[in-house]
Design a protein around this ligand. Sequence first.
Ligand code: GRF
Length: 220
Amino acid sequence: MNPPDSPLKVAVLISGRGSNMQALAEQARDFKIVLVAANKPADGLDIAEQAGIETCLVNQANYDSKASHEAALAAAIEASQARWICLAGYMAVLSADFIERFSGRILNIHPSLLPDYKGLHTHQRALADNKKLHGVSVHLVTPELDDGAVIAQMQLPVFNTDTQDSLSQRVLVLEHMLYPMVVNALASGALQLGDSTVHWQDKSAAHALLLPEGCHLILG
Ligand code: GRF
């Protein structure tokens, strides 16, 4: 396999604690995080800085429009020479213009088995519906919220005893395995993505992951 661009340069966008960003940084094998940017003061920026990663706070509170904020964010990403953008708990909806500018090169991690439970409060909603299965998805970003092609998912059983906290913690463990696996696969050429197409050229690294009992990996 020939890596498309080695190491693949990635920018990670966050808004808060940054645990997925940290998992990406710690498990980066074939890619390099060249920028961690946040749209508001975020604990994850400190974590990234301590890991020696370039950080940038593009505080949306300092901009008078979404367009001007996104223009500054896009400029920071372009200056970093990142080829791919990973949204990791980035709590703002990106405009169609921004997504178009980086078309087909933005990934997101969402804590549900898409297309179920787009949007917020996914664990709470899964519990309220008495779902027996829940999980996490990594998908391509399109202008529709949480709607782009699913690249990979991890599924877990919901226990009768689960609370929102216990469920979100168990899902988070899977998130921290799934996102680095996907980005490493993209960087190594094992995963090929088009604007709306997902092709797994080599599934071996994905299937080599040791998942917690009862959990399953589903490749898009
Ligand atoms: C994660 O659950 C992620 O799936 C969702 O937002 C949360 C961010 O957590 N999009 P963290 O900042 O990565 O710890």
